[in-house]
Design a protein around this ligand. Structure first.
Ligand SMILES: [Zn+2]
Length: 212
């Protein structure tokens, strides 16, 4: 019972990708703490991705709140005024138990489709504190998303080049919920029924991650 209460009080930080004000999005920021390597704050994402990511995040928030979790969102509208460092710091500052970065993919090949989950690669001093837990969360999310949608399983992929991971001090995953550029998957991603399926899978994945 006590464990249930503790788990229920956990804060989940939702980060709908992109949707950055253009004058901010074109600025650069260090890819990780102390790094001289700079990366653009927001290249904009796939066509139509930002509003889809926000819609999925809103639905996920509603489900998590209904299950007793606390939820914070890095953005709740277009016109976000930070970079990926800012998004990570937002979740860090709130002591989130988990950061879920919500995205969709794009490709020049319209035939490519499927779901993948990105997790931080191991780098001492940057991600060593969150590597294990993020990987565990990533495997749970990938499993839930593929099971809920029947989408092609593109696996869990470690990434060393993502600013939002390298600045995170809390377990973090980035779900690529499908390809906007694939006609069928793009249509599904824009539909409320599919968004709700994805949101349920994210809530289920978070619950599994947080309940042990
Ligand atoms: Zn994206």
């Amino acid at each position: 019972m006590l464990a249930e209460i503790a788990a229920a009080a956990a804060l989940v930080c939702l980060d709908p990708g992109h949707g950055t004000a253009p004058e901010i999005g074109r600025q650069v920021e260090p890819i990780g703490p102390g790094s001289a390597q700079l990366k653009i704050k927001d290249p904009g994402g796939a066509a139509g991705e930002a509003p889809v990511a926000l819609a999925i995040a809103r639905r996920t928030r509603a489900l998590l709140l209904a299950r007793g979790y606390r939820v914070a969102m890095t953005r709740t509208s277009p016109g976000y005024r930070g970079g990926n460092r800012e998004r990570a710091r937002f979740c860090n500052a709130r002591g989130a138990a988990l950061m879920i970065r919500i995205h969709a993919d794009g490709s020049t090949d319209p035939g490519i489709h499927g779901i993948s989950t990105l997790v931080p690669a191991l780098r001492r001093g940057w991600t060593s504190d969150i590597y294990g837990a993020s990987g565990r969360a990533g495997r749970l999310f990938q499993q839930e998303l593929v099971a809920a949608t029947g989408a092609r399983d593109l696996g869990v992929v470690e990434r060393a080049d993502l600013t939002g991971f390298n600045w995170a001090d809390v377990p973090a995953v980035l779900v690529e919920t499908g390809f906007m550029s694939n006609p069928r998957e793009g249509r599904l991603l824009r539909s409320s029924a599919y968004q709700q399926k994805l949101a349920r899978a994210l809530a289920d994945g978070a619950q599994r991650f947080l309940s042990r």
